[in-house]
Design a protein around this ligand. Structure first.
Ligand code: ADP
Ligand code: MG
Length: 222
């Protein structure tokens, strides 16, 4: 499902170049659940951004379901990303002026893949799957942070991606809410067969993954 080769990221900074990711090779199979762990600053988010198509690698390749992501034109990459990859960020990142249902339906609207009616029905179903049926009409500010995160997960699933990327999706939540959101992600992996790559610093929760990938100083160490 996911194959990275020689993935490298340099940033130009005032203090000179910083190498955040150094030649990462990574293979993750379809339907797998892999947790990425490592200290703050070890390059996890830089790696995830390149895998998710958000930040261009300085060197190396990312293949998702056989497609060379960074070999595509910008327009093709955007279309591929929106239908194959779901991304859940550390902070909820919902659009504040859209109701939960419209936030969830947005990726389908942007991709133009479904009628308005069909996208609303799917969004409502996803919200129900996340236990949020009664909150479909709520605006983000009317939801708790755990509920907002579940809306963001539903949104990430809107276009039925084969690959779900989550970068510390629970680090700002209390322990109980963190466990609930992590259980939800694990259930999505199991029930839908969605390949899940999750960055976390919670080693207890990482232990639930099928595989743990340790990153230190931009490289895979185990
Ligand atoms: P992590 O997610 O593991 O905390 P990051 O990928 O965010 O690590 O950062 C890895 C390294 O790259 C750090 O030294 C960080 O300061 C640097 N870095 C990250 N993003 C940028 C950027 N946009 N510009 C310059 N340096 C960056
Ligand atoms: Mg990070």
């Amino acid at each position: 499902m996911l194959a990275c080769r020689g993935l490298t990221k340099h940033y130009a900074t005032d203090r000179g170049p910083v190498t955040a990711v150094r030649g990462v090779d990574l293979d993750i199979g379809s339907g797998d659940y892999a947790a990425i762990v490592g200290r703050s600053g070890s390059g996890k988010s830089s790696l995830m951004s390149m895998i998710g198509g958000l930040s261009r690698p300085s060197a190396g390749t990312v293949r998702i379901a056989g497609t060379d992501l960074w070999g595509l034109s910008e327009a093709k990459a955007a279309a591929f990303r929106s239908t194959h990859v779901g991304f859940v960020f550390q902070f909820a990142s919902l659009l504040p002026n859209l109701r939960a249902l419209d936030n969830v339906a947005l990726p389908a609207r942007l991709a133009g893949t479904m009628s308005r009616r069909a996208s609303e029905e799917r969004a409502a179903q996803l919200l129900a799957d996340m236990g949020l049926d009664s909150h479909a009409e709520a605006f983000p500010f009317e939801l708790s942070s755990g509920e907002q995160r579940r809306v963001a997960i539903a949104r990430a699933l809107m276009n039925e991606p084969g690959l779900l990327l989550a970068d510390e999706p629970t680090s700002d939540l209390d322990e109980q809410t963190e466990r609930e959101v992590m259980a939800l992600l694990r259930d999505i992996n199991r029930a839908r067969g969605t390949t899940l790559v999750l960055v976390t610093h919670n080693l207890t929760l990482a232990a639930e993954a099928g595989r743990i990938i340790h990153i230190a100083d931009g490289a895979v160490v185990a």
